[in-house]
Ligand binder design. Structure first.
Ligand code: GUN
Length: 317
């Protein structure tokens, strides 16, 4: 927490309230700093395990095909494992791999006692059933928290693997001690990976929950009206710069989950990473906001690593 960086850029809120123009302090919720704090703790735990003569936790990652964004995410997961002393195995399968071969590969990993966590990077090619793949992963090794058993436990408030992105956001809220109790959280997006589990976590009865939650999606009429009611706004719809200043209540906390590659000829890689929030115009309105890149994405990795340690510990306890 010592490193916690309050970017106290007292900024002029862009919105002029009746008769008063007011200042609001805005804090950048820095994923690099918060994820580093989580990773330092994990690294120290692994060092202790190894000093006791135990093996470190081990994550297996499967990637099918060569989607550019998936390649980047998977490389980052493997790199982060190495950084904290986890073992990892990366399995690459061709884009046209038969579903049966992928399922067999998962079964092999399920039965391998040296593997604690299994992650199959999504999305998968169209000929492969994602639900089937997710259900084939042993619930004990489901570090993505996507298995129906994990989701059921999450809904019931039982200990389980929490999907990495919502888990990472909760770790971020905890790191920056963002008070959530009694607040109105509005989530844009109802995916199984982010929006739905996020709604469960924020409405649950725990230190960084106890929100009243509204989940908005592509069929929500008057989306802007809901967003303007949000004390905490979570944008997880995958549309670059969708959330603009006119959709944000002054003083809100804004969590940007979007990571989209947008073509940009001036960028070295030919694209730029954009969030779901138009950061430049929204940030001055907020009390706290996550940047993209450098925000939620890094916390996702922290959530995954935390789940992998938990899978390992569950095995021996
Ligand atoms: N694709 C995008 N996010 C995720 C994630 O959290 N887990 C997996 N397995 N695939 C993803």
């Amino acid at each position: 927490m010592e490193e916690k960086q309050l970017v106290s850029s007292f900024c002029l809120c862009a919105r002029i309230m009746p008769l008063n123009l007011y200042l609001c302090p805005m804090q950048i919720l820095d994923g690099k700093i918060a994820s580093q704090a989580v990773k330092e703790k994990l690294k120290s735990t692994v060092a202790h395990l190894v000093a006791e003569g135990k093996r470190p936790p081990h994550l297996a990652v499967i990637i099918v095909g060569n989607n550019g964004a998936s390649e980047t995410y998977v490389a980052s997961k493997v790199k982060n494992c190495a950084e904290i002393g986890f073992g990892s195995t990366l399995i690459r399968l061709d884009n046209d791999v038969p579903e049966s071969v992928l399922l067999q590969q998962i079964e092999t990993l399920n039965n391998d006692p040296a593997i604690d966590g299994i992650l199959v990077q999504l999305p998968l090619p169209k000929h492969i059933s994602e639900p089937k793949v997710i259900e084939t992963i042993s619930a004990d090794k489901d570090v993505d928290g996507f298995h129906p058993v994990s989701v059921g436990k999450l809904v019931q408030g039982l200990p389980t693997f929490v999907p990495a992105t919502p888990y990472g956001i909760m770790l971020m809220l905890e790191y920056y001690q963002i008070s959530t109790k009694g607040k109105h959280a509005v989530i844009i997006g109802r995916s199984n990976i982010v929006g739905r589990p996020m709604s469960i976590l924020l409405s649950s009865s725990h230190a960084y929950g106890n929100c009243t939650v509204t989940v908005c999606h592509s069929h929500t009429p008057n989306l802007k009206e809901f967003c303007l009611q949000a004390d905490i706004l979570v944008a997880a719809l995958g549309k670059p710069e969708f959330v603009t200043a006119d959709m944000v209540k002054p003083g809100a906390i804004v969590i940007d989950v979007g990571i989209t590659r947008v073509a940009d000829a001036t960028a070295a890689k030919g694209f730029k990473i954009k969030g779901d929030v138009a950061f430049e115009q929204v940030a001055p309105l907020t009390t706290a906001i996550t940047p993209v890149p450098g925000g939620v994405g890094l916390m996702t990795i922290a959530g995954l690593l935390q789940n992998t340690l938990q899978a390992y510990l569950n095995k021996f306890n």
